[in-house]
Design a protein around this ligand. Structure first.
Ligand code: PEP
Ligand code: MN
Length: 338
């Protein structure tokens, strides 16, 4: 962190600023006295400093951060890629993970049928929403606890670990018991109370990027979970809000190499929610593998036309088979196993 001190500050005043900053965190201050300005170089654990607190000190004119404010998620402090254990499988590293299943669990027949099909096609994790964050309170809200029971049944039947979205901190204990990975949806990425509580568990967390979140905000949400003690975080890009209306969101593929550079956490892409259209899922899933993603989250439904949620973006099982075949063909080129 570099701080420019207001011209005209006396030595005594500058000394006081140095002491105030050193008292704020585990840092040392180096003074550089120039002809026109005095500059303070702050070294040490600058992530322990609150930039706004520093900015509000008397005689501080400008603060420039050199190091990112996230630490546990930062590649600088852990060079090797993290590989997260999820039930009987892993996410990150050489394996290209595919989490597939319906937007929502709708019935026993539906989830079992989809689970069998995605397993046969090569998916390694089953997804399914039980508690749904719907834009309208009048839309289907999910089967809730019954949905989790049906997911567990599908897991028993296929052996696939399960991921499902949690919205309320009140249900954390139940989710820790019932699922192999807890999904934090885009709408809850900045629900810091929820993130803090999830930090106290050991369950893998699939953290989706908020629809208007910057990369730094996204990584700071991961940091909340990790700072609490849970290092098992997987990042998921699912499209961001832009002026474009043709697609449901705009898939930010550049985020993959950026996140990989900044962080050691696995990064997956959700082309279903990013595009909102089933026929865009395959090209963008392939692109995700090409830019270095660690996997995908894909919505698959046995009867998309009658799905209770997100039918237009859901692949039929046959289309999912084709996609998996293409991805298997590509994997070797990109150093991945599928
Ligand atoms: C979902 O995965 O079902 C979902 C609601 O996703 P998002 O939070 O990305 O909208
Ligand atoms: Mn959905």
């Amino acid at each position: 962190m570099v701080i420019r001190i207001s011209s005209g500050a006396t030595n005594e005043q500058i000394e006081r600023v140095c002491k105030q900053i050193e008292a704020m965190g585990n840092v040392h201050v180096h003074k550089i006295i120039g002809e026109n300005y005095t500059v303070l170089g702050i070294v040490g654990d600058t992530s322990s400093l609150d930039i706004q607190e520093v900015e509000s000190l008397d005689y501080v004119e400008k603060v420039t951060r050199i190091q990112e404010p996230f630490k546990k998620a930062n590649r600088m402090f852990k060079e090797q890629d993290s590989i997260i254990e999820v039930g009987n499988t892993t996410v990150g590293g050489e394996l290209f993970s595919v989490m597939a299943g319906p937007c929502s669990v709708e019935s026993e027949e539906q989830i079992l049928e989809v689970a069998r099909r995605v397993k046969a096609a090569g998916a390694n994790i089953l997804r399914g929403g039980a508690f749904k964050p719907r834009t309208s309170p009048y839309s289907f809200q999910g089967l809730e606890a019954e949905g989790l029971e049906l997911l567990k049944l599908a897991k028993k039947e296929t052996g696939l670990p399960i991921v499902s979205e949690l919205m309320s901190p009140a249900l954390i204990e139940k989710f820790v018991e019932d699922v192999d990975m807890i999904q934090v949806g885009a709408r809850n990425m900045a629900n810091f109370d929820l993130l803090k509580e999830l930090g106290k568990t050991n369950t893998p967390i699939l953290l989706k990027r908020g629809m208007s979140a910057t990369i730094e905000e996204f990584l700071m949400s991961a940091e909340y979970i990790m700072a609490g003690g849970n290092q098992n975080v997987i990042l998921c890009e699912r499209g961001i809000r832009t002026f474009e209306t043709f697609t449901r969101n705009t898939l930010d593929l550049s985020v993959v190499p950026v996140l990989k550079k900044l962080s050691h956490l696995p990064v997956i892409i959700d082309p279903s929610h990013a595009t909102g259209k089933w026929w865009l899922v395959e090209p963008l899933a392939k692109a995700a593998m090409a830019v270095g993603a660690d996997g995908l989250m894909i919505e698959v439904h046995n009867d998309p036309a009658n799905a209770k949620c997100d039918g237009p973006q859901s692949l039929k099982p046959e289309k999912f088979d084709d996609l998996m075949a293409s991805l298997k063909g590509m994997a070797g080129i990109f150093g991945k196993k599928l």
